[in-house]
Design a protein around this ligand. Structure first.
Ligand code: ADP
Length: 433
């Protein structure tokens, strides 16, 4: 029976109609015939309505069945359409999620009370909040300003924009913009992270201020000497000599600063032009150049390293690195030794160590000595002719060579600066030419 039903279900409606008619008619006819045969003329007269009833029954049955099957077909079609639409909506929302998550811009959607309904990946990363949906903007960002921005946008139905700095430790700075959706009362919020830009601006401003200050000091001293000489009607020979010597020293300082600034600027902006060269020759050249200075201070001055060490570096810049480190070691050591060591590590890295038994650097200064113009002791640095740019130059050059600079130091025991450079076999970095 179920099989027949299944067969009937698959045949066309027209064929099905015919079948139902035939079945109904033949059933009715057989019943009427039987009735007529058994009851004679009375039976024949009575069989007529029975036949008609069967015909009507058959028609109704067919109509009912065809309506049910039509409704069923329509419902199945609607289900299929709903499934297609649902999968299309899912695909589109996945595409929007992927797009929004790939943006560097933080994007949030909130309701009128500043409760988060959606946050893209950048937003979750900036605020280190994995599940912000359902939480308030204030709870997510800890920024009252941002919450006010969203609430103002909701209240005034206008776009609101503001630069907002978030509290430490992150200290993120963003350009935030909040606006109300045109066809919904949701608030859309975008945040562009400008922390790096603001930090660079501050560094540049500090740098310009530092340079001006560094240049102004020797210039004021030169001016003071010159004015004193002008005021003196007949300066004696000794005085004249002292003032002029002082002026020459300050001019030397000025040219030292400008020279170091140029070297630093080249290290920061120029492409590193690396060539195969002998690093042992470079380092021993610097050691030989500075030996008289170390001997004048009666320091034990040693070099340990291979007679030849193949490297793939910029020779001028590596000469500068060795010169600044070894010169500092001699400058800041009153007695004891300065030891220079050049080696190749088992992994192929090149290592340059400059160790001294000098004044050392206190822990709180150690991370700052590579900053431009940073000096632990300004007067001591001045007395050695330092500009405060030497280690900054070293750091930039080493970074540009994809190397690293490390410092170990203890007050009154000494300091050791270690430079690591990648193996000469390693492919050059993207900025190398
Ligand atoms: P400077 O021209 O003043 O020597 P640097 O950038 O070379 O500038 O060094 C920054 C500061 O780091 C120096 O002023 C000094 O205080 C400290 N410094 C650098 N090298 C040494 C060292 N070998 N021993 C002790 N202090 C050092």
């Amino acid at each position: 029976m179920r099989k027949t039903h299944a067969v009937l279900k698959n045949v066309s409606p027209r064929f099905s109609l015919t079948m139902w008619w035939l079945l109904g008619l033949s059933g009715a006819f057989m019943a009427a015939w039987e009735f007529g045969v058994q009851n004679g003329i009375v039976g024949w007269i009575g069989g007529g309505p029975v036949l008609a009833a069967f015909v009507v029954f058959a028609c109704c049955g067919y109509r009912l069945r065809s309506s049910v099957s039509r409704i069923k077909t329509e419902s199945l079609e609607q289900h299929a359409t709903t499934d297609i639409l649902r999968s299309e909506i899912e695909q589109q929302s996945q595409a929007i999620d992927t797009f929004a998550d790939g943006l560097d811009l933080a994007v949030l959607i909130c309701d009128q009370r500043a409760t988060v309904e959606y946050a893209n990946q950048s937003a979750r990363q900036i605020f280190r909040f994995a599940e912000p949906v359902g939480r308030s903007i204030l709870a997510m960002t800890l920024s009252y300003d941002l919450e006010q921005l969203v609430l103002n946008a909701a209240k005034t139905d206008t776009t609101q924009a503001k630069e907002i700095a978030f509290p430490p430790p992150e200290g993120t700075v963003v350009l935030a913009k909040a606006w109300v959706g045109s066809k919904s009362d949701r608030i859309f919020l975008s945040m562009y992270d400008v922390t790096k830009v603001r930090r660079l601006e501050r560094v540049r401003q500090d740098f310009v201020a530092n340079v001006s200050h560094e240049l102004r000091t020797p210039m004021s001293i030169i001016r003071a000497y010159a004015e004193t000489l002008l005021d003196e009607e007949t300066p004696d020979q000794l005085q004249l000599h002292r003032y002029l010597t002082g002026m020459i020293e300050e001019v030397d300082r000025l040219s030292g600063i400008t020279r170091d600034l140029l070297v630093l600027s080249a290290a920061e902006s120029d492409k590193v032009h690396r060539v195969p060269c002998d690093l042992a020759e470079i380092v021993t050249g610097v050691v030989d150049q500075l030996r008289p200075k170390a001997e004048a201070k009666q320091l034990a001055f040693t070099y340990e390293g291979p007679p030849q060490l193949d490297a793939f570096v910029n020779p001028t810049q590596l000469t500068q690195v060795a010169l600044n480190l070894i010169d500092n070691a001699i400058n800041y050591t009153q007695k004891g030794s300065v030891a220079v060591r050049l080696t190749t590590l088992p992994a192929g890295e090149i290592e340059l160590r400059v160790k001294d038994t000098g004044i050392g650097i206190a822990t709180e200064h150690q991370s700052r000595v590579v900053e431009r113009f940073y000096r632990v002791d300004k007067s001591r640095s001045r007395s050695t002719g330092g500009t405060g740019l030497g280690l900054s130059i070293v750091k930039h050059i080493v970074d540009a060579h994809h190397g690293s600079l490390a410092l170990e130091s203890s007050i009154n025991i000494g300091s050791e600066f270690t430079v690591h450079l990648p193996s000469p076999e390693e492919p050059p970095g993207p900025e190398s030419s």
